[in-house]
Design a protein around this ligand. Structure first.
Ligand code: 4AD
Ligand code: MG
Length: 465
């Protein structure tokens, strides 16, 4: 008999049919006459209730049916008298696939802290909360592909192993097959990579942007969506050493086109969650964050603020003059700390802010220089609770200006000749951005720690599982 997934079992036309369900036991309760099992198979946040008439089953048979055990039940689907469910299954047969010893299975009924569950990351997808989060994660990935596909963007695969540091922040993980106990060095003590696997120093990518620009200046509009690695030693609830980034890149786009794309894209993804993840969002709204759904609905409706950095600094300075206290100083040229970003978004404007035109010294080499010679056409999208969710820019398309920045910033260009060729041959104005997938998920799920929206988080001192 064909198995029915629990997500499909609540269809009214199935009532009265014999059904076969398979899943993991969430709870079992009852008495000598009747036993109730709540079964979940991961296809939905909802459990199906299975009723065992103990006149037809013996106690020994149900003993191994404990929290975490996997079972197969065949029975009749009937309307339910009980509160909170529309239907239930009157069990006719029971098969046990695997038991879960109550003395050692870590996910017993009682609520666990997220810290505890992080240590059980191999089992936490079986909890309601993480089931919901990982289903939403899937749906958001689909939303991303759908959005770009519908807008004529091509999904372009950029390499994970690379020799260039796109962001120039020196946060790359090296990739080598060299014997670390016996490194060949030159007379200055520098490591010689000639005999390493790639014949040069190689690392895991911090961004697919540079290769994305090659593709955009050929295919017009592209996006990448893949794993990204940063060896930044910041142990915060918003940083991972391995995260997923979405990076669209668009030829012939200017700053306004870029901001329009950023805003439309985020709204599309949030709206997708509201339309496609109703049950899971309702669960998270009830259990984790009572304001979640309202906040998501609000963002879809709200026009984002577009704020030049220089004006942002003025607002912060005025706030300080009026008595607001920040831990870090504010002055033109400073890199805004998360407390400053949050003040602007959560207290001053009370809506998402796209900040633009940053001082060139705090941004990457590829950003287009403004006519003032001091600021660049970079954008950060700042979100309530999250802070920076997107970083993007118009790219410097002039070969000469780009070379000047590269020299000013001492960027090693030995391995970047191919990037400069985009500016040497048929260069065009273009722009793009990077959205941190897990930061988007933080916003959409209402979770507060980025370690809880990726199945197996990698952070300083943690590469378990
Ligand atoms: O602002 P970032 O560093 O920008 C870039 O990498 C550009 N090359 C993107 C582009 O223009 N194509 O990173 C982009 C986004 C950030 O806004 C943030 O959401 C996310 O990536 N991000 C991280 N997410 C989790 N953990 C980290 N360590 C992250 N670092 C950046
Ligand atoms: Mg950034």
């Amino acid at each position: 008999m064909k198995r029915t997934k629990i997500v499909d079992i609540f269809a009214p036309e199935l009532i009265g049919n014999q059904v076969s369900v398979k899943g993991w036991v969430r709870t079992r309760r009852g008495n000598k006459q009747v036993q109730f099992v709540a079964l979940n198979d991961g296809s939905t946040i909802k459990n199906i209730q299975i009723v065992f008439d103990m006149a037809k089953f013996d106690e020994e048979q149900l003993k191994p049916v404990t929290t975490g055990a996997s079972i197969h039940v065949i029975g009749q689907l009937v309307e339910s008298m009980g509160k909170g469910q529309t239907c239930e299954i009157q069990a006719e047969s029971l098969e046990i696939y695997g038991t879960a010893d109550p003395d050692t299975y870590p996910l017993q009924k009682k609520g666990h802290t997220f810290e505890f569950l992080r240590e059980k990351a191999h089992l936490r997808p079986r909890t309601n909360t993480f089931g919901a989060i990982f289903r939403i994660r899937h749906h958001m990935a689909i939303a991303i592909h759908q959005f770009f596909h519908d807008h004529g963007f091509f999904y372009f695969h950029t390499p994970i192993i690379t020799a260039s540091d796109c962001e120039g922040a020196g946060q790359m993980f090296q990739v080598t097959t060299k014997n670390l106990y016996d490194l060949k060095k030159d007379e200055n003590g520098s490591i010689i990579y000639d005999d390493d696997f790639f014949g040069k120093q190689a690392s895991l990518t911090v961004s697919g942007q540079l290769e994305g620009e090659l593709a955009a200046t050929a295919l017009g509009s592209i996006y990448t969506f893949g794993p990204t690695f940063r060896a930044e030693n910041s142990n915060t609830p918003r940083h991972l050493a391995e995260f997923w980034m979405v990076e669209p890149e668009v030829a012939f786009a200017d700053l306004n086109d870029l901001m329009d794309l950023e805003e439309e894209f985020i709204k599309y993804c949030v709206n997708w969650a509201l339309n496609n993840c109703k049950d899971d969002l309702e669960f998270l709204n009830n259990m984790i964050d009572k304001g979640l759904i309202e906040r998501l609905q609000e963002v879809v409706k709200t026009e984002f603020v577009r704020l030049p950095y220089t004006e942002g600094i003025k607002i912060l300075e005025d706030a300080i003059a009026a008595g607001k206290k920040f831990e870090f100083p504010v002055y033109w040229g400073c890199d805004l700390a998360s407390e400053h970003e949050r003040y602007l978004v959560e207290e001053h404007f009370k809506k998402p802010v796209i900040m633009t035109d940053y001082p060139k010294d705090i941004k990457a080499f590829y950003m287009k220089l403004n006519a003032d010679g001091k600021t660049v056409q970079g954008t950060d999208v700042l979100f309530p609770q999250i802070g920076e969710i997107i970083g993007g820019s118009v790219r410097e398309e002039s070969y000469d200006k780009l070379m000047t920045r590269i020299e000013e910033m001492n960027i090693p260009m030995k391995d970047m000749w191919w990037y400069l060729d985009t500016r040497r041959f048929g260069t065009v104005p273009h722009a793009g951005f990077g959205l941190g997938f897990e930061r988007l998920l933080l916003f959409v799920t209402g979770m507060t720690n980025i370690r809880d929206v990726i199945p197996f988080p990698r952070t300083p001192n943690n590469a378990e599982f």
